[in-house]
Design a protein around this ligand. Structure first.
Ligand SMILES: Nc1ncnc2c1ncn2[C@@H]1O[C@H](COP(=O)(O)OP(=O)(O)OP(=O)(O)O)[C@@H](O)[C@H]1O
Length: 638
């Protein structure tokens, strides 16, 4: 029998060997991860090549076998004279049997891309759409044009569902378009079984998926039932899928292709520039009272008699704001997700009929707003991402006439939003992208939006339709932040040593030597306003010098401020950090907004005009390159 010592020695040897095995496993796992990443990248490259080669085809041709029919239907059935950009490409590609994703901004005319082809060839087009009201609108307008179309949702009466299910089996296919919610597809086996019969009979012509970004968790309206649509391409081979969306980020589009199993498909993308929208950031006052006064003036004078939407980020805010504005004699409705469907419908239609001048809404008031003459969108609270902002502000000016998108911004709202969104991956980056847009005082706002959509609209595309380009002041002020960073770092270290957490407001107080004495620093208070200091804090958050640290209480989530990873570099000898101060041309609250598409420049702004810089890098739009520009005035370099 072995002695205890011998057994212990043996155990040690085994442990040694196990350690070796562990390190081998770790090595192989790393290798496995590397290879998987490489494989994914190569697959992506193949898809990109396929997509690009499809995109190089001129799909807008007029010599296809169906071209004459397409023109006739456009003229006689839809009563339209010509196509809008990219519509014909989308129509020709889907008629050629290609899977395609069509990306066009809101109001650009996506529905025609599947409604018109549905009438060119025999068979049925299935339209999958998430919004019942939108589908009802479309059925109404199709019926008015004598186009046979039907709708089936999870709430449709039983007899209607049976009638539609029978239509799918009908060999004559008496309808051309069948609208269905993704829930109905995902949950009804009978529907899918009958659709298979329709396909087997060669009568399933095309599958159009509206708001196709809802497939992707990265999109702004993710719907779990859209995941189910992934089976369509394998269930119905050779049936072209046409996805349509106003969401254009490459990340979402790639994800959508993967989910729908149509990687490498043709992507048809029209420009996202909305030249008729004027973009403006307004300083949000600290008190709600003053904020309501701004909204009151805007509605009573600048947008007198015009329709618009005021977006805010909580149900309570939407109710409070609507009530306060009503007290000041304004006709506004309120809209949020906790309202009954019927009340929501009533508010929507009162706004449509111009009984309400504006709707104060949460983002629940979203998809399917088809009012063409929305002249203003005011964000009382910032959106949670640039993507959301683009979609929300894009509801203005669908008629092509001038409309304004005004965002009230103040640092405190960062935390209102961040405490609601921080728990999901990617949300903070998205929010900080929005903050960078708000802090920007140097680059054309359109350029920042274009960057977000990986487009380049060029300076000329703005035509002074943003507050930066219409600013006649040619001098940009800049502040050096090196010493301020050191002070803030000192305050945060001191607070930590005292086991105290600082909110942004408390950090500001300590910085301005007004908070509790034991948290203050030993230097002077900053020689600029507290408002500008708020911008500095926000800027340092977006640049990783500060980070938010979330803590739960019984009733809410609090965002505290900590030092971020980049704060480590503040003691480096060559550390340099500058911030451009935002400052814009006047914005009259109490004079009607300009009506034409020309500039926003006022008669008293006759100073030499500044050409805004072309934005090169959205990741830090307001960090100044090392060499100073002659037109940059550096202040506060202590
Ligand atoms: N070629 C065209 N010429 C003129 N008007 C058009 C054309 N195509 C579409 N329209 C009109 O543009 C308006 C918007 O179209 P549609 O509702 O299809 O936009 P959309 O891109 O689906 O917008 P959303 O993303 O908001 O749903 C409709 O009133 C439609 O009749």
């Amino acid at each position: 029998m072995k002695s205890v010592i011998e057994i212990e020695r043996e155990i040690k040897n085994i442990e040694k060997e196990l350690n070796k095995v562990d390190s081998e496993i770790a090595k192989w796992k790393n290798r496995q991860r590397e290879l998987q990443e490489k494989k994914t990248l190569l697959k992506k490259t193949i898809n990109k090549i396929k997509s690009e080669s499809l995109a190089s085809v001129d799909w807008a041709g007029t010599t296809y076998e169906w071209s004459e029919d397409v023109n006739r239907v456009l003229r006689d059935t839809f009563k339209l004279n010509s196509f809008r950009p990219k519509q014909l490409s989308a129509i020709n590609s889907t008629l050629s049997g290609q899977h395609a994703l069509v990306v066009m901004p809101t109001g650009a005319g996506k529905s025609l891309c599947y409604q018109l082809p549905a009438l060119i060839k025999p068979g049925l087009t299935i339209v999958i759409s998430p919004l019942i009201s939108l589908m009802e609108d479309q059925i109404r307008s199709l019926t008015a044009r004598k186009i046979p179309a039907k709708l089936v949702t999870s709430t449709s009466p039983r007899e209607e569902i049976t009638a539609v299910l029978n239509l799918l089996k009908d060999k004559i296919t008496p309808i051309k378009l069948l609208y269905v919610t993704p829930e109905r597809l995902a949950k009804s086996k009978r529907f899918m079984a009958n659709l298979q019969q329709c396909y087997a009979g060669g009568r399933l012509q095309r599958i159009a998926i509206d708001e196709v970004h809802c497939c992707s968790q990265w999109g702004h309206d993710f719907r779990p039932d859209y995941k189910f649509l992934g089976i369509l391409s394998s269930m119905f081979p050779n049936v072209p899928i046409l996805g349509l969306t106003a969401t254009a980020t490459a990340h979402v589009l790639n994800d959508v292709q993967k989910i729908l199993n149509i990687q490498g498909c043709l992507v048809i993308k029209s420009t996202f520039n909305r030249p008729n929208l004027f973009y403006k950031i307004l300083e949000k006052p600290t008190s709600q009272e003053e904020c309501i006064t701004i909204l009151e003036k805007l509605l009573k004078y600048r947008y007198k008699g015009e329709s618009g939407i005021i977006y805010t980020n909580s149900i309570k805010d939407s109710e409070d704001l609507a009530e306060e504005l009503r007290k000041r004699g304004l006709k506004v409705g309120c809209y949020h997700a906790h309202m009954e469907a019927d009340s929501r419908r009533k508010v929507h239609s009162k706004w449509h009929e111009k009984y309400y001048q504006a709707i104060v809404a949460t983002v629940a008031f979203g998809m399917g707003i088809d009012k063409p003459d929305v002249r203003f969108i005011i964000h009382h609270t910032i959106s949670k991402s640039m993507e959301n902002y683009y979609q929300e502000s894009g509801r203005a000016g669908r008629d092509g006439k001038r409309a304004e998108c005004v965002t009230l911004y103040r640092m405190q709202d960062i935390f209102k939003v961040s405490t609601m969104v921080f728990s999901s991956a990617g949300n903070m980056d998205n929010l900080y992208g929005m903050i960078k847009y708000c802090l920007n005082g140097k680059y054309c706002r359109r350029q920042l939006i274009a960057e977000h959509f990986e487009e380049d609209w060029g300076y000329a595309d703005c035509n002074k339709m943003c507050d930066v380009c219409s600013n006649p002041c040619s001098i940009l002020r800049e502040i050096s932040l090196e010493n301020h960073c050191k002070t803030l770092s000192y305050i945060l270290d001191k607070a930590e040593s005292k086991d105290t957490k600082l909110t942004a407001q408390k950090l500001l107080s300590a910085w301005f030597l007004t908070g509790p004495v034991n948290l203050r620093h030993k230097g002077k208070e900053p020689n600029f306003s507290r408002n500008l200091a708020e911008d500095v804090i926000a800027f340092l958050l977006t640049e990783g010098y500060l980070v938010e640290d979330f803590h739960f209480t019984a009733y809410s989530t609090i965002s505290y401020i900590k030092k971020g990873p980049n704060m480590d570099s503040v003691n480096d000898v060559d550390f340099s950090l500058k911030m451009t101060v935002r400052k814009y041309s006047d914005f009259d609250l109490d004079r009607p907004a300009p009506r034409d598409l020309e500039s926003e420049v006022h008669s008293n702004d006759k100073v030499k005009e500044k050409k805004p810089e072309k934005c090169k890098k959205m990741s830090s739009p307001i960090i100044e390159p090392k060499a100073k520009k002659s037109k940059v005035l550096v202040i506060d370099s202590d």
